[in-house]
Design a protein around this ligand. Structure first.
Ligand SMILES: Nc1c(C(=O)O)ncn1[C@@H]1O[C@H](COP(=O)(O)O)[C@@H](O)[C@H]1O
Length: 168
């Protein structure tokens, strides 16, 4: 199937983090592609990707990078497709990447998730695709309902053991 989401990472060393986004998209049956591209190391390829994405039917780009994470903003500068940025924790506890991705100049936003927030990037991408798509919206609602059930169950387990900590 033709991909509608691109997961781009600055290096394959980012893959262990980005797999969480890939798994989520897979679970939601969203066709996606993954590429390693670098604004620093392969600038011409980044330009070709960013300029060609919309024409190939890509609706959302998830871009991940660590360190001086210019990749996300550079992609955003060359396309009208929304870009979700994922700061990767490789140095300085990921703060370098977070600030590089989130602090975009006015006019060129990158929707930045938390450090190593690949799962949230995947969910946000699906939420963007679900605008006006009731079936996909239903899948997201079911996903959230499942999260709720897990907490309710965990809370019940907690109630069973909490008597241990009662002091009177
Ligand atoms: N931030 C960027 C860019 C870029 O912004 O173009 N290209 C690679 N990188 C990041 O460099 C880190 C180290 O990369 P290597 O592990 O390949 O040395 C990775 O987290 C990558 O995302």
């Amino acid at each position: 199937m033709t991909p509608v989401v691109s997961i781009i990472m600055g290096s394959t060393s980012d893959l262990p983090v980005m797999e969480k986004a890939a798994k989520l998209l897979d679970e939601m049956e969203i066709p996606f592609e993954m590429h390693a591209l670098s604004a620093h190391r392969t600038p011409a390829e980044v330009e070709a990707f960013a300029k060609g994405a919309k024409g190939r039917g890509i609706k959302v780009i998830i871009a991940a990078a660590g360190m001086a994470a210019h990749l996300c903003g550079v992609i955003a500068s060359m396309t009208t497709v929304p870009v979700i940025g994922v700061p990767i924790n490789s140095t300085l506890d990921g703060m370098d990447a977070l600030l590089a991705i989130v602090q975009m100049p006015p006019g060129i936003p990158v929707a930045t998730v938390g450090i190593n927030g690949a799962l949230n990037a995947g969910i946000l991408a699906v939420q963007m695709l679900a605008v006006g798509d009731e079936q996909l919206e239903g899948k997201l609602a079911a996903y959230k309902e499942n999260l709720k059930k897990k907490i309710v169950k965990a809370n019940e387990e907690l109630a069973k053991v909490s008597f241990k900590y009662k002091t009177n």
